[in-house]
Write a protein that binds this ligand. Structure first.
Ligand code: ZN
Length: 160
């Protein structure tokens, strides 16, 4: 019962992504990709003091990546960077099967809980979050923005 409710919520975000309007001259931006599935994601942030005043998240790819991007846009707006990072940690817990973090209101993101059963899809759901993190970690004013990837770094290091 709960499962089908969550599935509906994911499909609703997929069909009508929230917060996907581009932001003119954003303070932060990054692009990300999940090579495993072919998902792509762009994040733009307009800061309001230390808060995310406006956020735009545009994703192309599977339903899980697009829905997660839409939920991120919906739930992260108005939060400080620290709050957004707490939310990201809670989403990772959920997706990696560690359950719900106490004291964090996940909102619609709760619907992603079932994704934990599909390890291949976990990276799809995490892509928008990795991209947001990259946007914050990139030097401010970086012209082309930063690039995030869900691909694991090659073992043994080395420059690719
Ligand atoms: Zn995907």
């Amino acid at each position: 019962m709960l499962d089908s409710l969550y599935r509906e919520l994911i499909l609703d975000h997929y069909r009508r992504p929230r917060g996907s309007e581009p932001i003119p001259s954003p303070d932060r931006r990054a692009d990300g990709q999940n090579p495993l599935c072919g998902d792509e994601c762009s994040v733009e942030v307009r800061l309001d003091g230390d808060r995310i005043g406006r956020i735009s998240v545009r994703a192309r790819g599977c339903s899980i990546s697009v829905a997660s991007a839409s939920m991120l846009a919906q739930e992260a707006e108005g939060r400080t960077r620290a709050e957004a990072e707490r939310l990201e940690a809670a989403v990772r817990d959920l997706l990696q099967g560690r359950g719900r973090a106490p004291g964090v209101d996940l909102g619609d993101l709760e619907a992603l809980e079932g994704v934990a059963q599909f390890p291949v899809r976990v990276k799809c759901a995490l892509l928008p979050w990795a991209t947001l993190r990259e946007a914050f970690e990139a030097p401010a004013g970086a012209r082309r923005g930063a690039a995030a990837t869900t691909e694991e770094p090659a073992k043994g290091g080395g420059v690719r």
